[in-house]
Design a protein around this ligand. Structure first.
Ligand SMILES: Cc1ncc(C[n+]2csc(CCOP(=O)(O)OP(=O)(O)O)c2C)c(N)n1
Length: 404
């Protein structure tokens, strides 16, 4: 099946565990790009060129596009609860490798099921498979992802006043280390963490993944601090989620838990706002506005130190102070007042193959609530998100002369 496929991809879940390096070897040997499920963030080196990221709303443009033209998906230890959003967009052959038989066919009709631990399967494949020469499809996937990564890098490294979320993550990456434990809350930060946070196999991070319960950030960080007293602990929450549980900052103080609490404050339930933007004819937003709050003062009221940043030039000093305080064994609140903006909406991309070419368009429901400016063409979409350098998938397929 692999030999017969023209555009195979791996879709890798947490079953891969420590097997990331082996999988990279196999990906190189067979020229199969790697797409990850969100919860495997950190398990597969993101600097590996063939790792093109995540699918679905929090994912990369490249992984979503490549998934949409794959003719073979090899799922490795992946329970992918969002399959209905992604696996149903086009037809492909499906090989599922899983150590739990009950998982077979749960998310897609299987053409071949292999009952195995994912990493053991990868190791066997490595010994049995014959290396293939670099393929145009693989090269196109790599180039597509480079284009996307370059765009993210631009957003993360530019000065912004008022503050945008990308430089915040960039600044956080400067002060974390391979031992850092991150407790992520639910909201736009779910997207931002997957796209911008540096996570290595030795880091740990947690999120309420399946129930997606807001308010898990601070409790997750408290658990992390108790479980890993020698590690740096960070919580990241939006202002909506933070407000639900911020009374537990006093618990951090009481038990001397040196947690760096980051709250991204945009006075909105941003994740939901962006969903409402895509509801045709809604004409407005509903129930998403939050009151502005001074989280630094609230923390101060509990005897907890903090800082407030409103532009990217203030980040370095604020993080330096945060590290000083947490290194001395005390919690800290970093109140990051960010602009209200939607991260690049990969969910707006509609990709399908028509007459041997990729037809890529903007989904009609994108910004269809009438409260937002409508964006009709792909170029308009790229420009709207400061991504003039972004190219549609067909551009990279043409460059590598991929025949569909
Ligand atoms: C307990 C709970 N209520 C509601 C939701 C639905 N929900 C998902 S994200 C979100 C908004 C999060 O807003 P905020 O914490 O301000 O973060 P932002 O998205 O603005 O970064 C909501 C309401 C949820 N996941 N959990």
């Amino acid at each position: 099946m692999v030999a017969a496929a023209k555009r195979p991809v791996f879709h890798v879940g947490r079953g891969i565990r420590q097997g990331g390096p082996k999988l990279i070897e196999l990906s190189q040997k067979l020229q199969i790009p790697i797409i990850q499920t969100g919860l495997t963030k950190g398990m597969i080196d993101e600097d590996y060129e063939g790792n093109i990221g995540f699918v679905n709303r929090a994912g990369s443009k490249s992984a979503n596009e490549i998934m949409d033209i794959a003719d073979l998906v090899i799922a490795l230890g992946a329970d992918f609860p969002f399959a209905n959003n992604v696996y149903t967009r086009h037809d492909f052959k499906f090989i599922q490798v899983d150590n739990d038989e009950a998982e077979f066919g749960r998310h897609h009709y299987i053409d071949l099921g292999i009952w195995s631990d994912a990493t053991q399967f990868v190791e066997k494949m490595l010994t049995r498979a014959t290396a293939v020469a670099p393929t145009p499809f693989f090269k196109a996937a790599v180039a597509d992802n480079r284009n996307w990564q370059g765009y993210l890098q631009k957003l993360a490294t530019r000065e912004t006043a008022p503050l945008e979320f990308e430089p915040l993550y960039q600044a956080l990456n400067q002060v974390t280390n391979p031992q850092t434990v991150v407790a992520l809350d639910v909201g736009d930060n779910t997207i931002n963490l997957l796209r911008y946070l540096k996570v290595t196999p030795t880091n740990k991070w947690t999120v309420s993944a399946l129930f997606a319960s807001m308010g898990a950030g601070i409790p997750g960080a408290i658990a992390g601090a108790l479980e890993y007293p020698d590690r740096q602990i960070v919580s990241i929450s939006g202002d909506g989620a933070f407000s639900m549980v911020m009374q537990d900052l006093i618990t951090e103080k009481k038990y001397h838990l040196p947690i760096l609490n980051i709250v991204t404050s945009n006075t909105t339930l941003g994740f939901i706002r962006d969903e409402q933007a895509d509801i045709p004819g809604m004409h407005d937003y509903s129930g998403i506005d939050l009151e502005d709050q001074d989280f630094q003062k609230i923390a101060a009221g509990m005897g907890i130190e903090g800082a407030t940043v409103t532009k990217s030039s203030e980040l370095a000093a604020a993080f330096a102070k945060a590290i000083e305080v947490t290194s001395a064994g005390r919690p800290f609140v970093l109140n990051a007042k960010i602009t209200l903006k939607r991260g690049f909406p990969v969910e707006a991309l509609k990709v399908k193959i028509v007459d041997g070419r990729v037809q890529e368009t903007v989904a009609p429901e994108f910004n269809a609530n009438d409260a937002e400016q409508s964006v009709a063409t792909l170029d308009d979409l790229f420009a709207y998100y400061d991504g003039e350098e972004l190219k549609p998938l067909q551009y990279f397929l043409d460059q590598e002369r991929v025949q569909l």
